[in-house]
Ligand binder design. Sequence first.
Ligand code: IMP
Ligand code: MG
Length: 172
Amino acid sequence: MTRKKILIDAQTIQRKVTELGRQITGDYQDRSLVLLGVLNGSFIFMADLARAIDLPLEVDFLRVASYGNSTSSSGSIRMTKAPELNLKDRDILLVEDIVDTGTTIAWLRDYIASHEAGSVRICALIDKQERRQTEVEIHYAGFTVEEGFLVGYGLDYAEKHRNLPDICTLTP
Ligand code: IMP
Ligand code: MG
């Protein structure tokens, strides 16, 4: 049995996404913006964030496998779906649901940089700092959370709960 408790409600999420969108709109004037979402967790955040940015932009997705169905990182990363746009000279904004150890997003940042992107920045809805192992600059962070396993608004536990409108903590 698991218990869910609302940590960040849908309205608070929307306010934050609007704020991030404004900030990104200001920073990417006259740039060549590509929002590059990390599947599957970013799909809902990506949809809302893209609509909060008032600029011409393109959207693409990639997917990596690292976590399996448990709540702790396996540490090894493998790309299972590559981006399809040509990233050369583009201003890439990686869109991630949550940064935990930092291993995944640091690996992705380096992958994108090695494909001659014009610039690479990171936007994460949640910056979870307790288990950080790899130092990584998160340029746009929605919420900072110290600990706990979160589900909802795209975040899953064993592929479940992604459709919850709020972000909830999951406790056994
Ligand atoms: P990292 O490489 O440890 O930073 O792991 C990042 C990935 O782990 C994220 O893209 C999520 O898919 C997953 N993850 C980490 N923490 C949570 C959580 O609290 N809930 C759901 N997924 C999580
Ligand atoms: Mg996940």
